[in-house]
Design a protein around this ligand. Structure first.
Ligand code: HAM
Length: 417
């Protein structure tokens, strides 16, 4: 039996990859305008990094990590997300000493052992961005403005931005106690999972998808009604700045996020086009994270976009693969040898040139030129070799013009303009 890919891990094939390249190129363009630089971190980290940052009682750490021992018995984990690795790299490389404000972006595969379904995979890709060093609410709005701009640039508008504030270590503990007491009274109506973790991670009950939990928590106390004065002020300013930048948003007081490092502003970009997997991007503030990982006490905020979900929304035929500029068709062995050299010269001049290597008939070669969606075709036979001239055929309108083979690269560059 032939070997297949691992469940929940997908190949990205020619024909689809153009959409991926489009999304990546646009991210580089947009994030560059907002002053972000790319950072690349390894796909594998020490397990402890994720336990300490994402949180021991989260779904990711409890059940979804690809953790294994290497040959020296170190516990390693395939990164389930990008924020913790970027913070680890930031601290380790002392990036704070270079600049008090770091704006970083990344793109690449992440791994979570989740139950695969449409929009949810075990290897998936994120495009993410992080700002470290700014506490002011203006940066929250700026990060959301960048996300908004990116979605405008890639042509996806069927998304809505939901924001919330999760408070801080000052105000959250009291709220948490209040929520535990509230859940305690309704324990029988909660699902087994929420019953199990209502003491350790009560906030998760608020975004549990089980209907019984939704009903039982419909009038649960909300964090935004229990913010301390500083968090309330911060959240108020984030909203004001978003309005000033004309970024549409709605408040979702039940949004809790599945990672423990968040404080204050949290957000999700949601769509109704993807069924259950409705978040296409998500993020928030993580002011204590850098310090908790052994770095300086610096605030941070960022987001990650799920690339597979963008591709599902756009469709893979939204960006067509680019065909060759020129297909060189040859009649006979001598012409084929000449076509081979000519093709090579054209490729070296930056022209996308292609030919048939298998001595096929002219008809078959022209069929292939069509299939590859070549813009032009050139037929080389005995006469053309003798005269050093050939007819260049425009495949779109079948018009022809004579070209000199020796100066074809220059001629072609001129024609393209
Ligand atoms: P997250 O909400 O876990 O946050 O993931 C962000 C996005 O990644 C999700 O909204 C979704 O689009 C995509 N995603 C997550 N899991 C899967 C999956 N199994 N299959 C396909 N797509 C998935 C984070 O990862 C945070 N690090 C975001 C962040 C950055 N917060 C601050 N900075």
């Amino acid at each position: 039996m032939s070997i297949t890919a691992i469940k929940g891990m997908n190949d990205i094939l020619p024909g689809e990859v153009e959409t991926w390249q489009f999304l990546e190129t646009k991210a580089r363009e947009v994030f560059g305008c907002f002053g972000f630089s790319e950072i690349r971190t390894p796909a594998v980290e020490k397990t402890e990094l994720f336990c300490r940052s994402i949180g021991e009682t989260t779904d990711i750490v409890e059940k979804e990590m690809y953790t294994f021992a290497d040959k020296s018995d170190n516990s390693l984990t395939l990164r389930p997300e990008g924020t913790a690795p970027v913070m680890r790299a930031y601290i380790q490389n002392k990036l704070h000493a270079l600049d008090p404000v770091s704006k970083l972006y990344y793109m690449g595969p992440m791994f979570r052992y989740e139950r695969p379904q449409k929009g949810r995979y075990r290897q998936f890709h994120q495009i993410g961005a992080e700002v470290i060093g700014v506490e002011e609410p203006k940066i929250d709005a700026q990060v959301l403005a960048m996300l908004h701009r990116y979605f405008c640039q890639i042509g996806i508008d069927a998304v809505s931005l939901q924001v919330n504030s999760l408070g801080c270590p000052e105000c959250r503990p009291a709220y948490r106690q209040q929520l535990i007491a509230y859940l305690d009274e309704r324990l029988a109506s909660l699902c087994a999972e929420c019953q199990r973790r209502y003491q350790t991670n009560p906030l998760r009950a608020l975004d549990c998808k089980v209907e019984g939990c939704r009903q039982a928590t419909s009038d649960a106390p909300a964090m935004i009604d229990h913010l301390c004065a500083a968090c309330d002020e911060h959240f108020g300013q984030v909203k004001t700045h978003l309005q000033a930048l004309q970024i549409p948003f709605e408040i979702n007081a039940r949004m809790v996020r599945g990672l423990d490092y968040y404080v204050r502003t949290t957000f999700e970009l949601v769509t109704d086009q993807l069924g259950a997997q409705n978040a296409v991007a998500a993020g928030g503030r993580y002011d204590g994270l850098v310090e908790s990982l052994g770095g300086p006490a610096l605030p941070g905020i960022g987001f990650a976009i799920g690339v597979e979900r963008l591709v599902l929304m756009l469709g893979t035929d939204s960006v067509s693969p680019q065909g060759p500029d020129l297909f060189v068709a040859a009649l006979g062995d001598a012409a084929s040898d000449q076509a081979f050299v000519l093709m090579s010269q054209l490729q070296n001049s930056g022209i996308r040139a292609e030919m048939d290597y298998q001595g096929k008939s002219l008809k078959a070669q022209m069929r292939r030129a069509n299939k590859l969606r070549a813009r032009f075709a050139l037929i080389l036979g005995e006469d053309e070799l003798q005269s050093g001239r050939a007819q260049l055929k425009n495949m779109a309108d079948s018009s022809q013009q004579e070209v000199v083979l020796e100066t074809l690269a220059a001629e072609f560059a001129r024609l393209q303009i």
